[in-house]
Design a binder for this molecule. Structure first.
Ligand code: IPD
Ligand code: CA
Ligand code: CA
Length: 268
């Protein structure tokens, strides 16, 4: 059984590197950008091609596995169960950065078995940093093992949060989030949830918080975070769904408890 996951991990990493090379090549030519749900919600043909690349590879190599990707390329349509082995993929996390900066974006690949996270890969393509983990085998940044995280008190914590959530009028969490931002040491917004959650695992951030993320944003991160002793949940402390979007708090365990109990855990 363990050899099996070792093999799948090797294959997943090789595909991720290949997909990264394809993305770098695509950047040599003009990128076709379109808007999705609103003019600031961007998608490019590279997002779609990258998802298609993984989908084809998975179908050819593991025909019995299920697939969930942000761009919805799967011919079998929407995923509605976590039965068997499921690949959950964000082909480019940080599309806005991809388009505007050509930097700071990642490929995120999570592999789950009967709902349990087995493999997590977050590949920051341009900085060539691959954060990866296999259940029970520790988490790594390239070849270096990530250490179990050390807590920092809330007033010394640096947290990742998308600044938009602090001003969005319809966001019911606006005031508690502002209070949290006031009380921590500082905040950062890198523009890729996957990279920011990998940074929590790598002790570059103490927490990452979002009012709305989807399974493809955090599937890989959950496996990596778990290996270094970090915790992830919704604002109300519930386990994150791999089929539905929702609020997300990832953090070191003590900080996670404080963020939820002191700031975000109530109904607003
Ligand atoms: C987005 C990025 C962004 C986060 C958004 C995500 P996408 O993913 O991770 O940092 O704030 O909530 O949707 O659309 O670039 O894959
Ligand atoms: Ca994406
Ligand atoms: Ca994403």
């Amino acid at each position: 059984m363990s050899l099996h996951w070792n093999e799948i991990e090797k294959i997943a990493k090789a595909w991720t590197i290949e997909a990264g090379e394809n993305i770098k090549k695509a950047l040599e030519n003009p990128i076709e950008v379109k808007a999705k749900s609103n003019p600031d919600d961007l998608v490019t043909q590279v997002d779609k091609e990258t998802e298609q690349f993984f989908y084809q590879k998975i179908k050819e190599t593991f025909p019995g596995h299920q697939f969930l990707g942000e761009e919805g390329v799967a011919e079998e349509g929407k995923l509605n169960s976590l039965d068997g082995t499921v690949w959950i993929i964000d082909p480019i996390d940080g599309t806005m950065n991809f388009v505007h900066q050509r930097y700071n974006f990642a490929i995120s690949v999570g592999v789950y078995h009967e709902g349990v996270g087995m493999i997590g890969i977050i590949y920051d393509v341009m900085s060539n940093e691959m954060f990866h983990a296999r259940k029970g085998e520790g988490a790594f940044l390239n070849d270096d093992e990530l250490l179990p995280v050390k807590e920092r008190p809330l007033h010394e914590a640096v947290i990742g949060v998308n600044g938009r959530w602090l001003v969005e009028e319809r966001n019911v969490y606006q005031n508690p989030l502002r209070a949290l931002v006031r009380d921590v040491r500082s905040i950062r917004s890198y523009g890729s949830a996957a990279i920011e959650m990998a940074y929590v695992a790598a002790d570059r951030l103490d927490s990452y918080i979002s009012v709305k993320l989807s399974p493809w944003d955090y599937a890989a991160a959950l496996v990596i975070l778990n290996e270094v002793g970090c915790v992830a949940s919704s604002f109300s402390g519930e386990t994150l769904s791999l089929l539905e979007s929702g609020t997300v708090v990832t953090a070191k365990p003590q900080l996670h408890k404080e963020v939820i109990s002191l700031y975000l855990g109530e109904e607003f």
